[in-house]
Ligand binder design. Structure first.
Ligand code: HSE
Length: 369
């Protein structure tokens, strides 16, 4: 059995990963070793078949270098320090990473095997040892539109995103819930729901959001009941980094011979863990909606075409319907009035599952098979 070191397994992505691995009996196939950056000697998580009792030091290079595979969900900083040190002393193991630190390196592959299994196979033949999960928005877009990219008929894509707070990390998710609670408490304290008109209630909510105790330490502004059309740091050209990643990572994953332009505005909304995306796609040819639907729907086992009706859309194409599942519904598919080659579509996906943990779990399984 291969020894696999887990770092950052207690965070959101790491916890979802461990849960998926347990459900799929993945731990039976490996020898897991759990590391910590802050709690050396504390107890390991209770995982069937894990013989180790206490957490190991995640900065102990001597120990790390003995491992066949390292899987880190610890974040960019950790990767930049430890990966470099290990490679420098000649460590030849596989490094699997959730962070973006190594994504665009020449000797790394962004993993999303339902989309780029060929590239993964080529990489393994070339002895590439670094496999990195993609940006969540990119992975979720590719899982939804894989059928169109596979047919090589996409000329360009523009996208508006509706991204969940989990993408920012646990503290953002908690702050969103606190914001929601704060507003509701202010209203309910006054028993207002029963006695007042809706605009009076709205005024209490507005005052709550504006008062100085409103919880916004991390977002710096209110998100609940609002949105923030900026994610990550600014680039020099006016894009946010999240927007910049869209084209760069997609083209790397697809290993495109001809660069496919992708651009749009990324927006944070108060969804908890599902990213949604609205696409405008220019196709190279005039393809019938029937073919487009068929190609999208048959691409992989998780994507599911949702009929373009109000009932089907409301029932199946929302974060509430998708959260906590591996489903990738895509609907609102239709030709736009802009011209015969222009279509639109809307998709939803769980940011922690296909957006983060699942591609990592699957590459681990590929590497140990
Ligand atoms: N950067 C993404 C977000 C998360 O903030 O939603 C993960 O790739």
């Amino acid at each position: 059995k291969k020894s696999v070191g887990f770092i950052g397994w207690r965070g959101m992505v790491g916890s979802v990963l461990l849960d998926r691995m347990q459900k799929n009996n993945d731990f039976k196939k490996i020898k897991p070793v759990f590391f910590t950056t802050s709690q050396v000697g504390h107890k390991t998580p209770s995982i069937l078949g894990c013989s180790q009792s206490f957490l190991e030091d995640a900065y102990n290079i001597e120990h790390l270098k003995e491992l066949d595979i390292i899987l880190s969900c610890q974040g960019t900083k950790y990767t930049l320090i430890i990966y470099k040190k290990l490679r420098k002393i000649g460590w030849k193991g596989y490094w699997i990473d959730a962070s973006s630190a190594l994504r665009l390196k020449n000797n790394s592959i962004i993993v999303l095997d339902p989309i780029n299994m060929n590239s993964i196979n080529c990489a393994l033949q070339k002895n590439i040892k670094t496999f990195v999960g993609g940006n969540c928005t990119v992975s979720l877009m590719l899982m939804a539109l894989g059928g169109l990219f596979q047919k090589n008929i996409v000329d360009w894509v523009t996208v508006s995103t509706y991204q969940a707070v989990s993408g920012g990390g646990a503290k953002y998710m908690l702050e969103t819930l606190k914001q929601m609670g704060y507003i509701y408490n202010k209203i309910s304290l006054n028993n207002t729901l029963l006695n007042k008109g809706v605009l009076e209630i709205e005024k209490i909510a507005r005052d709550a959001v504006q008062d100085r105790f409103f919880p916004k330490k991390y977002f710096t502004v209110p998100l609940a009941g609002s949105l923030i059309p900026w994610i990550d740091i600014p680039m020099k050209n006016g894009q946010s980094k999240e927007e910049w990643k869209g084209a760069v990572e997609t083209n790397k994953i697809l290993d495109s011979k001809n660069y496919i332009p992708i651009d749009g505005t990324c927006v944070r909304v108060d969804s908890l863990r599902c990213h949604s995306q609205s696409f405008v796609i220019k196709l190279k040819n005039n393809i019938s909606i029937k073919d487009i639907e068929l190609w999208i729907d048959s691409h992989n086992p998780w994507v599911k075409l949702i009929k373009n009706t109000p009932e089907d859309t409301k029932k199946n194409l929302t974060p509430a319907a998708v959260t906590g599942t591996l489903n990738i519904p895509i609907g609102r598919v239709r030709k736009l009035n802009l011209g015969k080659n222009y279509i639109t579509a809307f998709s939803v996906g769980d940011q922690l599952l296909w957006g983060a943990a699942e591609p990592l779990r699957r590459i681990l399984n590929i590497l140990i098979s």
